[in-house]
Design a protein around this ligand. Structure first.
Ligand SMILES: [Zn+2]
Length: 72
């Protein structure tokens, strides 16, 4: 899994959360300090690989925001 970069706003520690709901799974990447979040949803019943993929995409988005913005 990609390493999470620190928060782009406060440089705080970032974390990922995966939470199951009735018919979907919520995936979040966010800052523990200032509460800035990216959220994504996957349909329940998605394979583990699909969930992993959603999580990785979210992490990539987070890291792009936090890191060098060669493409805005
Ligand atoms: Zn923060």
């Amino acid at each position: 899994m990609e390493q999470l970069k620190p928060c782009p706003f406060c440089n705080g520690e970032a974390n990922t959360y995966v939470q199951g709901y009735a018919n979907r799974v919520k995936i979040e990447v966010g800052c523990k300090v200032c509460g800035f979040w990216f959220t994504d949803f996957a349909i329940e019943g998605s394979s583990f690989n699909m969930l992993k993929e959603s999580e990785d995409k979210l992490i990539a988005r987070w890291n792009r925001r936090a890191g060098n913005t060669d493409k805005s």
